[in-house]
Ligand binder design. Structure first.
Ligand SMILES: CC(C)(COP(=O)(O)OP(=O)(O)OC[C@H]1O[C@@H](n2cnc3c(N)ncnc32)[C@H](O)[C@@H]1OP(=O)(O)O)[C@@H](O)C(=O)NCCC(=O)NCCS
Length: 343
């Protein structure tokens, strides 16, 4: 291994509109993400590019390349939300597997911490993955220990689960039928792609609460600020990423969104489908709307999805949602720990 002091690492801000620079950045990102992780779910090149170049009002991505000569050894990213959670930043570093252990990851992480600090962010969040059979806080696994030695503390344990599609239709129908008597006053609506104009405001209200209504463990998190404008801007990036969303909503008697569930089909990552959020408003809980929207969405969308692996992430403490997922047949494959550091 080359001694740390001898190798010069240049850290440069990525210009994502430069195709060669973007491709080199992403190639390192992918190599690192997929190393010894058969169930890794990295964003694909077009998905990443679309986010980086979008110029969204609500989000900023600052990506960096750690270069040794012309080679991208390490990549880093600092993600800032601009409407909410203004005291924090998400940071992530990825080093090519064959170049790990040379101090590159530490140097890029130092740089990201400075960038976050310069933007007035005092709390840093990061995610680390480790095998399912590791402890919930990742103790003893290399990447979790890397984060811990740099001052990050474990805040929330999530588990990634997968399910092979299609699921038996009869089983899904039984779940829908079993839930139905609990919510006679609600109607269901389904759409592919953009949220229909007549429900977008109530959809935005519920969407912003997902990150705080789901368990947060020790992680500091505020409700996100969503409105129709932000949803439309995200939909544009989504389309440019080659992603299609399938949504089922439950509407209350006033026609407002009381619960929803979303599935995402990434065209640049064939064979994979993501289960995104499923949520019922607090006042509508206890009526099995979570189960109903999720099962109805899957029953409807899977006819379009063909054979694929459905991927989902849940906080370990989210017993209710995990119970629903287990009934659908999901199996656990990996852990994702959320870590936090105060500057
Ligand atoms: C965590 C990660 C970024 C570290 O990158 P790196 O370039 O190896 O970082 P460094 O060389 O600065 O530090 C690696 C640490 O692992 C040790 N190490 C030694 N050999 C190693 C090897 N072959 N591979 C990885 N780590 C090794 C180093 O000694 C160092 O230990 P220290 O914490 O006591 O200093 C890298 O393993 C990675 O890309 N992992 C996947 C993404 C991830 O988990 N990122 C962390 C959250 S942001």
């Amino acid at each position: 291994m080359t001694p740390r002091a001898e190798v010069e690492l240049r850290i440069e801000l990525l210009d994502a509109s430069d195709p060669a620079a973007m491709a080199a950045w992403h190639e390192t990102f992918l190599a690192s993400q997929r190393h010894e992780r058969p169930f890794a779910t990295p964003l694909m090149l077009e998905e990443m590019r679309a986010r980086f170049v979008a110029g969204l009002e609500a989000q900023r991505y600052l990506a960096f390349s750690g270069l040794v000569g012309d080679e991208v050894a390490t990549v880093g990213m600092c993600y800032l939300t601009m409407f909410d959670n203004l005291g924090q930043a998400y940071v992530e570093v990825q080093t090519r597997p064959e170049l790990r252990g040379r101090g590159f990851g530490s140097r890029v992480l130092d740089h990201l911490e400075q960038v976050a600090g310069n933007h007035g962010r005092g709390v840093l969040l990061t995610e680390v993955t480790y095998p399912y059979d590791a402890p919930a806080d990742g103790a003893g696994t290399p990447c979790a220990e890397f984060a811990r030695r740099r001052g990050y503390t474990f805040g929330l344990g999530n588990v990634q689960r997968v399910l092979d599609l299609p699921v038996d239709e009869e089983a899904l129908r039984r779940l829908v039928a079993e839930a139905e008597p609990h919510h006679p006053a609600y109607t269901f609506r389904q759409f592919v792609g953009p949220v229909p104009e007549d429900v977008i405001d109530s959809f935005a209200s519920i969407l912003g609460t997902l990150m705080t209504e789901a368990p947060t463990g020790e992680i500091d998190r505020e409700t996100e600020v969503f409105d129709a404008r932000r949803i439309r801007a995200d939909e544009k990036v989504f389309e440019e990423s080659g992603r299609t969303k399938f949504t089922t909503v439950a509407l209350d008697e006033q026609g407002e969104v009381a619960a929803y569930s979303e599935l995402v089909l990434p065209r640049h990552d064939p064979g994979r489908v993501y289960q995104w959020g499923t949520l019922a408003r607090p006042q509508d809980r206890g009526r099995r709307l979570g189960l109903a929207t999720k099962a109805r969405n899957l029953l409807w969308a899977q006819r379009e999805l063909g054979e694929a692996t459905l991927v989902t992430f849940n906080a370990e403490s989210n017993r209710h949602m995990i119970g629903v997922n287990e009934r659908l047949g999901f199996r656990p494959v990996e852990r994702v720990g959320e870590f936090q550091k105060r500057l």
